[in-house]
Design a protein around this ligand. Sequence first.
Ligand code: HAM
Length: 423
Amino acid sequence: MPKFRAPRGTTDLLPEEQPYWDFVSGQVERLCRAYGYGRIEPPVFEDAALFERSVGAETDIVQKEMYTFQDKGGELLALRPEGTASVCRAYLEHGMHNLPQPVRLYYLLPMFRYERPQAGRYRQFHQFGFEAIGEGDAALDAEVIDLSWQLYQAFGLRDLTLVLNSIGTPESRSRYHQALREYYRPHLDQVCADCRARFERAPLRLLDCKQDAALAEAAPRSLDPLDDDSARHFQQLRAYLDALGVPYKLDHRLVRGLDYYTRTVYEIQPAQEGSQSAIGAGGRYDGLIQELGGPPTPGVGFAGGVERIILNLKRQGRQVGPGAAPSAFVASLGEEAKTAAVRIAGELRRAGITALMGLGGRSLKAQLRQAGALGAPYAVIIGGDELAAGVATVRDLARGEQESVPLVGLREWLQARVVRPPS
Ligand code: HAM
């Protein structure tokens, strides 16, 4: 038994997983750049108070899930549970409010939440996200939602639903909280113990209570007490989404578990049901920058969970890109040929061809077996006869056919067969 294992809720991203990661991050980079977003990479830990202020001191993320620690200098720090707070902190710290607004930023970062691990829910996970800060126009919400939606289309995921709601301003929200308390007060015995405890300080969370779905369904709608400006904003957003051809489903029960949201909130959900099902979520946060000590500055953004996206790609049988299999395996017979094999493998790698070679003095048969097990399409065989003739015997491992290729032209011969044009 090994003495150590990766901590609970964390994973080693092994080479065979990398094609999925390359694929997802490649699409994120390509589309974020096309929409004019610049990359930002804040530190892994921040002042713990930053998340209390932004995500909310009463939220599950801050109360139960944050990796908070005191460093040797006595500072109270936290591993970031999400990216929006850090990006807004950086926006202020670097005077980005002096740049042309809105400022568009994207990221792809590990996040940390002390949650109960299960499929698609981890303690260290990765989010890609984007934030557009400095503009309240509903057309910017539409842009961010469109970027989110186009990304999931680019991933090739099927059967997704974009669920949309508006939760209004902090004032209309507190009126709504009041209405919810009045509605739930006589029914507190029908909700779970957690929700009973949250009833006073976070009544919105009761809408997520799984104990009595019919009770939540009949609860007052967040849209009903929406103030006029928020209602207009929401109407404009819907018209822009229609113009963009982005499909959405309204759900007045969508409230989100972070405190900074105002007006627009949305989630992207796969067909498979379950409380952990959102594979991305976002919304508007018009009060957040001010909460962090800046001038009143609106903002809107989104974050997607990379592990959950990959889980869904696999469930849907989506194949992505080439794996880590070598394009060529150089096998040799004898010490003189081995020196030549070292040189040839080196030349092929420098030409961009993934090449491995037989090591440890194994027999030719064992080397060819290894080439097959690694998934190499070609074995380049060098023995005394080949060296004398200045050729390599190249075997197509799938077909079992082989031919003699002059060493001087070997690189071009392989390049023509295994190097794909960049996509
Ligand atoms: P969030 O809903 O907390 O929002 O997280 C966004 C996404 O991260 C989720 O939809 C899910 O796919 C993924 N995720 C969250 N927790 C885990 C976990 N424990 N394991 C695996 N995946 C997870 C935010 O974080 C906001 N900052 C989004 C945002 C950006 N709003 C505005 N801008």
